[in-house]
Design a protein around this ligand. Structure first.
Ligand code: ZN
Length: 273
């Protein structure tokens, strides 16, 4: 028991130490992959951090597990049309924070169906992406957080699948066909930055004050996901609804010590719990 307690304390210490070593938003000229369940979680969790990273000439790629083709209450909406709308909204949200549309990649699963995909095929697919891009940082929903545990299916699956792929990517005996047939070498991801963390799990906060307006604009680019468009789709904003939503988003924005922040659990090496 005592040894376990000491080991747990050591892991916490290592976790804090590694988080302090990695100044996420100061990263420059690196390759960063962000995996997101839907085309907006990347905006809501991390648009501020991504905007700062884009300014620092990082090569940022967004991988979106699902096409978000279910998220509308409009009785006249179809899945095909909604998927097209969500595609355009995500491209606009990314453009506003400095990520070009050629860096957005759609894995094309249907909204809400990710948990019913073949887990082996899914982890193999993401392992291949990691071995292909050889990222310096992978960003993904935190598989350890209560938020993910109680959230909808795609979030749970995206969280667990991404960390499983990070692990598989570093061992050559996982999916050896990727090395034999595609020439892809194993890749050990140096840093993982998990988003959608609970306050007790967070170990790093990015100050996004200088890009808070860009984050707000990116969130509002997902027009179909807000009132009144989510109930009766319209491609533009009603000015009064726009103002009300802006106000709501400003009120709900994460704050720490009086600053706008985005919270992460940064992990590397031993800090894999
Ligand atoms: Zn989502």
């Amino acid at each position: 028991m005592r040894i376990q307690t000491i080991a747990a304390a050591l892991l916490v210490f290592v976790g804090i130490a590694s988080a302090q070593r990695v100044a996420l938003e100061k990263t420059e000229n690196k390759t960063i992959l962000l995996f997101t369940p839907h085309p907006d979680d990347d905006t809501f969790c991390c648009a501020g951090t991504l905007a700062l990273l884009a300014k620092r000439h990082n090569n940022i790629h967004i991988f979106i597990y699902t096409n978000d083709d279910k998220g509308s209450y409009d009785p006249d909406m179809t899945s095909e049309r909604l998927a097209r709308i969500r595609n355009g909204e995500e491209e606009e949200a990314c453009r506003l924070i400095g990520i070009p549309k050629q860096n957005i990649h759609w894995l094309q699963f249907h909204d809400g169906m990710l948990e019913y995909a073949s887990p082996k095929d899914l982890v193999e697919e993401v392992t291949k992406i990691i071995r292909t891009y050889r990222p310096d940082i992978v960003m993904a929903p935190d598989p350890g957080s209560e938020y993910v545990r109680w959230h909808k299916t795609d979030h749970r699956m995206a969280a667990n699948n991404t960390i499983d792929a990070v692990r598989a990517a570093e061992w050559h005996l996982y999916f050896p066909n990727q090395r034999l047939h595609d020439g892809l070498q194993p890749w050990k991801v140096p840093v993982e930055a998990y988003y959608y963390v609970t306050p007790q799990d967070a170990n790093y906060w990015v100050n996004i004050d200088e890009v808070a307006d860009a984050k707000l604009a990116a969130a509002l680019a997902h027009v179909s996901q807000w009132e009144p468009s989510i109930n009766k789709y319209r491609p533009d904003w009603d000015p009064k609804a726009l103002e009300a939503t802006k106000q709501e988003l400003r009120t709900k924005a994460s704050k720490k010590d009086g600053h706008n922040v985005e919270a992460f659990r940064i992990a590397s090496e031993l800090n894999q719990q």
